[in-house]
Design a protein around this ligand. Structure first.
Ligand SMILES: [Zn+2]
Length: 320
């Protein structure tokens, strides 16, 4: 008897029946008996899956949400014929339809250069959802008017997100917008995406408590410059998860991060200026555990050094 024949005999002895017909591909045999499955390699070696390790999880750690800008026909064309792709495309049809373009176990190419909390190139570790949405239009003065998401689209999105998150065990804080993980290149899903609703539904982390934000803002208002300094912002943004360089200056890369931060947490004004309200929201996000705001020690950041250009300079530099 050959080695392969001996192994097959062992499998037969163990499971009481013959290895089944070849499946093709890497695993050529299949045997199903009493709920257990044995496959074999092309060389006939059995692969026994009766024992399962406790130490395992999904390779999917993140869920990244996008909008297409393109309409549905163009989005399908681009996402199927070019190099960019996404696992799911949520249409703006009535009622909305969800197109699954890439199986979840495969990598879709939706996030490109991306990072969050030290994780890099998130295509490998994420599910990507594209929402058919125009983003914004320009008014007569060339100002961007960000358009809302139709309720039917959000109602279709929520159960899809819940299902993906539950199956892969994705942590709430790892459900992110494309602009958050690629702030130097992207701003989708933009300031009208209902992140607050996602918090209220328990899908993403709790929304920053308004009373705690107000209390922290008062503390910042009391600083000589009325706002923390730029190194504080960069440190806190990085602590939250954004890929921001600690340059110590309010520069273009920091502004891009601030814009995306504000689009999510303070969408009414997302000019990228590091103001006291943004600072207070950021601080509350990074210090979520306070059971009682009154007893929580609030660490005051160092005052912004006025001589090197304070928040006013930063604000003016932030204007488009
Ligand atoms: Zn995107």
């Amino acid at each position: 008897m050959t080695a392969v024949g001996r192994r097959r005999a062992l499998v037969r002895a163990a499971f009481g029946t013959a290895v089944g017909a070849p499946l093709g591909g890497a695993l050529t045999g299949l045997l199903v008996l009493a709920g257990c499955t044995v496959t074999t390699t092309p060389g006939g070696v059995p692969i026994d899956t009766r024992h399962s390790s406790r130490g395992q999880d999904s390779r999917v750690l993140f869920l990244v949400i996008h909008y297409t800008v393109a309409d549905l026909p163009l989005a399908i064309k681009v996402l199927t014929e070019r190099e960019v792709s996404a696992h799911y495309l949520l249409s703006d049809e009535a009622p909305p339809r969800i197109y699954r373009l890439v199986p979840e176990e495969r990598r879709a190419w939706h996030s490109g250069l991306s990072a969050w909390k030290g994780h890099r190139l998130l295509n490998a570790s994420s599910i990507g959802i594209e929402i058919v949405h125009p983003g914004f239009r320009l008014d007569a003065d060339g100002e961007r008017i960000h358009l809302p998401f139709p309720q039917a689209q959000i109602e279709a999105l929520v159960p899809l997100v819940r299902d993906i998150v539950a199956r892969h065990g994705i942590r709430p804080e790892r459900i992110l917008g494309h602009g958050e993980v690629s702030p130097q290149h992207k701003q989708d899903p933009g300031p009208t995406f209902p992140w607050r609703l996602f918090s209220e539904l328990g899908i993403t982390p709790p929304w920053p408590d308004a009373a705690r934000v107000a209390a922290q803002r008062q503390r910042f208002d009391a600083l000589p410059t009325g706002v923390p300094d730029i190194p504080w912002f960069q440190e806190q943004l990085a602590q939250h998860g954004y890929a921001v360089e600690r340059t110590g200056r309010f520069d273009a890369q920091m502004r891009n991060v601030m814009i995306n931060f504000q689009m999510r947490y303070r969408p009414e004004r997302h000019d990228g200026a590091p103001d006291a309200e943004s600072a207070a929201i950021l601080w509350v996000l990074n210090n979520p555990a306070a059971a009682s705001p009154g007893r929580q020690p609030l660490a005051l950041p160092p005052a912004f050094p006025a001589a090197t250009g304070g928040p006013a300079a930063a604000t003016s530099a932030a204007q488009p």
